[in-house]
Design a binder for this molecule. Structure first.
Ligand SMILES: Cc1ncc(COP(=O)(O)O)c(C=O)c1O
Length: 458
């Protein structure tokens, strides 16, 4: 069999994860590339998880793994938090879909209203993708304008309107392309560099857009981090030009702070999109914002233009039950504090380990995110809010070597860690022992990569 990853790592991986290999054989005849989400694709095969609890998950071969996916960011409280399990168990026998209004949707919406500063009104969706789609449609109806200003590298879900420029390459000469997205959609998008207030202000002045949309703390959960001063500046610029500001808090909402990134920065956007932690680990999203904007969803509204919004599973009671239970814990502020603290420990521990092994890798990130750069040759790291490459998005937001990426993830899995590509997220269930075990596992994975000749130590 030809090697997909590297000699030693791949043969050990096949040996340790045999049941996953067998399941993947079935999957390739069923799903394109055998997976149901792009990020879950792994060479030579992804792992199949059997069950999960707290910060750990167990695969079909009984391998115990410290999880840094955390439900793609949805599980701030860890897997199967007792309050969430109890709430969904209670609800499942009562109704999974009443096909009617129900009290839990009020309970859920009221929590959002209480916790999120911009949430004068709320509308539930099934996902974050739907929430951002709804936000820009609302902005277009209210303003009568078509254009949208978005930032290069910011991810807002996979729909046509906002997927362009969500990932590298950010090449000013060649421009952005996206298979299947029409020229008309590109024509309505104005893409500006992240963290560039002047460029954003100029784009607003030139294009008079329906809205500006910004991803919480920056490109794909902070690959290119945003600082509060930038968002405060953007709020000021958009307010002065009477432009709608949408803050996409699908990942930062309820995670970085109980009131989201907007509470951390002390700003109030016009509309906010949320999902993930909102629904306590079940599917669900929402748009929240100014009452006069969300009014377009109301019948007989003053604009005389009703935005259509059906959706079979909107405000699903199981998601509402899980969401209410999770948000009650989140509201204490403790989950964000613990997750942020544990991620900072992982970041500094990794940087110490990379330095001691003479490997030119670096870890950085804000809040509960941990980003890794392999092959970093710049200055630093210095302190926990340090950003590599001086924050230059063209150097920070790049695609790393694919073969190394797959080998890295396999090497980590062999050492008890399930890492999400080049990044990971902590939860409040990650204990000090988990952090210690993670640092040891990472060190062993680095040794494997060196032994297989994929990276070099000084
Ligand atoms: C900032 C942001 N917006 C939107 C989305 C899309 O959300 P969903 O995957 O629920 O459609 C994501 C998903 O990762 C996200 O991180």
């Amino acid at each position: 069999m030809s090697q997909l990853v590297s000699q030693q790592i791949e043969s050990q991986f096949r040996e340790s994860f045999g049941s996953s290999a067998a399941l993947y054989e079935r999957a390739v005849g069923l799903f394109p590339s055998g997976v149901t989400h792009d990020s879950r694709f792994l060479r030579p095969f992804p792992i199949y998880v059997d069950h999960a609890q707290g910060a750990r998950k167990t695969d079909r071969d009984g391998n115990d793994l410290i999880d840094y996916w955390m439900g793609h960011g949805a599980l701030l409280l860890g897997h199967s938090h007792p309050a969430v399990v109890e709430a969904t168990r209670d609800q499942i026998g009562r109704s999974t879909h009443p096909g009617a209004c129900h009290e839990l949707e009020l309970e859920w919406g009221e929590r959002v209203q209480r916790m999120v500063p911009s949430a004068e009104r709320v509308r539930f969706t099934n996902s974050g993708t739907e929430a951002t789609l709804m936000a820009i449609r609302v902005a277009r109806i209210v303003t009568g304008q078509a254009k949208i200003v978005k930032f290069a590298g910011h991810f807002h879900g996979w729909h046509d309107q906002l997927i362009p420029a969500a990932s590298p390459p950010h090449d000013a000469d060649t421009g952005y392309t996206m298979p299947g997205v029409t020229e008309g959609v590109f024509g309505d998008l104005v893409i500006v560099p992240p963290n560039d207030l002047e460029a954003a202000a100029a784009a607003i002045a030139e294009h008079n857009p329906a809205c500006v949309i910004h991803e919480g703390n920056g490109s794909r959960w902070g690959v290119v981090p945003t600082r509060p001063e930038f968002l405060q500046g953007l709020r000021q610029v958009t307010a002065e030009s009477n432009t709608i500001l949408i803050l996409d808090e699908v990942i930062t909402g309820f995670r970085v702070h109980e009131g989201g990134y907007q509470s951390h920065c002390g700003i109030v956007p016009d509309m906010t999109t949320m999902a993930k932690v909102l629904a306590g680990g079940l599917p669900g999203g929402c748009l929240a914002g100014r009452a006069d904007l969300l009014e377009v969803l109301a019948f007989d509204n003053s604009l005389g233009k009703k935005m259509k919004h059906p959706g079979t599973f909107n405000a699903n009671p199981l998601s509402a039950a899980a969401g209410c239970a999770a948000l009650d814990v989140v509201a204490t502020g403790e989950p964000s504090r613990i997750a942020n603290q544990q991620a900072a420990r992982v970041r500094s521990g990794l940087n110490a380990m990379f330095a001691s092994k003479g490997v030119p890798w670096v870890a950085y990130g804000d809040f509960s995110a941990i980003k890794i750069i392999p092959g970093y040759d710049g200055p630093g790291p210095e302190g926990d809010d340090w950003v590599p490459h001086g924050g230059d998005y063209r150097q920070l937001d790049v695609k790393f070597d694919d073969t190394l990426g797959h080998a890295f993830r396999c090497a980590l899995l062999l050492n008890g860690i399930d890492w999400m590509g080049w990044a990971g997220s902590t939860s409040s269930a990650h204990t000090d022992e988990d952090v210690e075990a993670t640092l040891l596992g990472f060190a062993a994975a680095i040794d494997l990569l060196v032994a297989d000749g994929l990276i070099q130590a000084a």
